[in-house]
Design a protein around this ligand. Sequence first.
Ligand code: SF4
Length: 369
Amino acid sequence: MNGVYIHIPFCKSKCPYCDFYSYRCKSEEQEKYIDSLIDEINTSRRTEEFLKGEFVADTLYIGGGTPSVLSGNDLTRIITAAKKRFRIDDFSEITVECNPGSDIESLIPCFKETGVNRVSLGMQSAVDSERRTLGRSADKERIKKVIKLLKDNGIDNISLDIMLGIPSQTPETLKETLNFAIGCEVKHISAYILKIEDGTFFDTHRERYDFPDDNAVCDLYEQCADTLEKAGFSHYEISNFAVPGYESRHNTKYWELENYLGIGAAAHSYVDGKRFYFKSDTESFIKGEKAVFDGLGGDSEEYIMLKLRLKKGLNLTELKNLYGEKVLERINKKAPLFKEQGFVNFDGENLSLTRKGFLVSNSIISELI
Ligand code: SF4
């Protein structure tokens, strides 16, 4: 089944590590953008050349940016339009990314009315000093309050983002974050390693911060995976952990090479083997500029790369049926060696990365393809 992603490129302020397309904008521009989003949802006039027939979806993901900066009314308009257009029913997964510092209280009526059943909270750390370093305003008490508020209103599928490699982060501070997250009894945790992207504040002011080195970050990753697995989370994707049954249905579509349609500035799509995207430019989206073709997707290399992000890995028979015998040659040659070194599990039929392999996934995958 298909997924739909809607991008809200607005944030209250810019975090020092962020290179996503997001900014603080004037309310007039925001209104125009939302009208354009709804126009595109209703008409597909910017993506029509890529869509054949009806696009029925069973996941909807409102991401950003910070969707929770929108009013409940605007969010309701967007979700209601998308549900109608893409025939998203009550059994679908509807996720909204929220910043715990936003006025989540005012969004609860929207969540109830539109059937939002999953919220992803950008916590990053439960240590207030680390959160301040990351430019995040809400403190631990506020995060707890938001989680309780969501649960009290029937949303128990909550995901928390955690960051690894924050300046001055130590095993002790990570332990505090992990214990807090586990104590909140959320169903899903995403743990991302901080990457210092060119041009971000962290990049241009590196000397001000005490970034953990690569070895320390690897140790933090191992600590995180170990702790969460012991707490009952399944490490189902390189950066994602879930109580079994609560894996992100929407994000899994990306790794399983299923169709997803991205709507809004900077949103990317993969539909029927074609990739296309909207420019990172709100104005051009408002003006009605069409999505840009980004080449064909879904070749064997991409398939292998995406499948190996998942704990369940790659089935070689399926791979052969899709792409032919030849694609197995390199894998059959390299995989036994990586198995000996502890980077992969391999039994001749299934290939998956171990936790040690996850840490160096880019190198392993590029060797395999
Ligand atoms: S809230 Fe998210 S999207 Fe917005 S600036 Fe911070 S990291 Fe970037």
